[in-house]
Design a protein around this ligand. Structure first.
Ligand SMILES: C[S@@+](CC[C@H](N)C(=O)[O-])C[C@H]1O[C@@H](n2cnc3c(N)ncnc32)[C@H](O)[C@@H]1O
Length: 399
């Protein structure tokens, strides 16, 4: 499936594509807004839909720390072993169970202008057509507005990152490079309007009062990157904030890290007793080393904005999961239990560990990171739970 052009974001063709995938968009409630509903039966592990993003990009610090990924599809360009050797600064480190690692790496192609790396000619061409011809620059040019934009961004956003300002730059470049920029801009406005509730737009944590100066600086620099009157609407205070709220509320982490894939496959190995303990201890030790050398990095390479996936609401009792089986930004949504026609499809925005915690802890994490009060069925069922249920949760609160 080709990556959608910004101008295609809300076309009838894409609406039809959604129905082919057997989900449809419906209004749920004032609290939750819209959501996706199954239009047919899904069994556990069934594919519900597969989707490439409207736009995606690698996290700024991942790139700086030398994580090598295709600049278009985020496919990893190094093996898990190369990745950890470099990050842990241990050139002789050997990962056990090599059968769990991806070995077939693509031949790397470069952008002749800025040396950005791609995994294929298709990705290089797609990137050029969609955004790169307007964003190609040598990062060593410290005076270039894009360099200054990234410096400003990095001063306020540290790993583990969940978003990159380059997503916005790529979205806007996509508007200008569309055959009809006016229509593309209107399409982006509809996406913003439909996807960002008034509450998200007013209160998203990216837009908090402590960021007023920062947002002003980002907006000024973005206007320098795109001195084009066709984007004037997006450079206004309101327009720029609505874009930040769009990517803040809907950006999806892209899990294409080779190390994470190796770890996941190791977890699935049918090992028992001492063998399992040894491998688990090796992995724990590896993450500790990584933590001490390069700090906390999530298992995500970057983030993307997806048209269908951005309609999926959170539930603390999810019936679906987002995966990245192609080692790239193409995602799949799969059922984790049976879903009947007409039922809403929910994923979890929380990791497994947080999901296993009390209602109080889960809601606290969702409030702090996603700025909403969870209205899911499980939270509803557990309303009789005391506010805090475990020592661990107490510790959390005290912190
Ligand atoms: C990725 S969007 C999901 C689609 C969204 N409902 C819409 O109408 O566009 C995420 C937003 O949906 C809402 N949301 C998602 N899950 C929710 C839940 N369990 N309870 C309340 N609001 C939820 C929040 O406003 C959140 O910022």
């Amino acid at each position: 499936m080709a990556t959608a052009l910004v101008s295609d974001m809300y076309t009838a063709a894409e609406q039809r594509a959604a129905s082919v995938t057997a989900v449809e968009e419906r209004f749920i409630s004032q609290a939750m807004g819209r959501g996706l509903f199954a239009t047919r039966q899904f069994r556990e592990d069934d594919l519900i839909f597969e989707e490439t993003p409207v736009v995606s990009c690698q996290f700024v610090y991942n790139k700086e720390y030398g994580y090598r990924a295709c600049d278009q599809c985020l496919r990893s360009l190094e093996t898990a072993e190369c990745n950890v050797r470099r990050l842990c600064q241990e050139p002789l480190l050997v990962l056990p169970h090599p059968e769990c690692a991806d070995t077939a790496l693509p031949a790397v192609l470069l952008c002749p202008g800025c040396q950005a790396e791609y995994c294929s000619e298709e990705c290089r061409r797609e990137a050029w057509q969609q955004h790169h011809q307007l964003l190609c620059y040598a990062p060593s040019h410290s005076d270039h507005p894009l360099t200054r934009l990234l410096v400003e961004w990095k001063q306020h956003h540290y790993p583990p990152e969940t978003l990159s300002i380059l997503l916005l730059a790529r979205l806007l470049a996509g508007v200008l490079l569309s055959p009809d920029a006016v229509t593309a801009s209107a399409s982006l406005a509809r996406f913003c309007h439909a996807s960002v509730s008034a509450r998200d737009a007013a209160s998203h944590k990216l837009l908090g009062p402590e960021f007023v100066q920062h947002i002003h600086a980002l907006r000024t620099l973005m206007a320098e990157v795109f001195p084009d009157p066709r984007l004037a609407e997006w450079m206004s205070e309101e327009g720029f904030k609505s874009l930040l709220a769009l990517v803040g509320s809907n950006g999806q982490g892209v899990a294409s890290s080779p190390l994470a894939r190796w770890v996941t496959r190791c977890d699935d190995l049918p090992l028992k007793g001492q063998d399992r303990d040894q491998l688990d201890a090796f992995i724990d030790n590896l993450y500790e080393k990584l933590d001490s050398t390069v700090g906390t990095f999530l298992n995500t390479e970057g983030s993307g904005l997806y048209r269908l996936q951005s309609l999926l609401n959170h539930s603390c009792r999810p019936n679906a999961i987002v995966t990245f089986p192609h080692n790239s930004h193409t995602l799949q949504v799969r059922a984790v239990r049976d879903i009947a026609p007409g039922q809403p499809v929910f994923i979890s925005y929380l990791d497994d560990c947080t999901l296993a915690r009390s209602r109080h802890s889960r809601r606290k994490t969702l409030r702090e990171n996603y700025v909403f009060a969870c209205a899911c069925e499980r939270c509803d069922d557990e309303t009789i739970q005391p506010d805090v249920t475990s020592d661990e949760d107490m510790d959390d609160d005290e912190q």
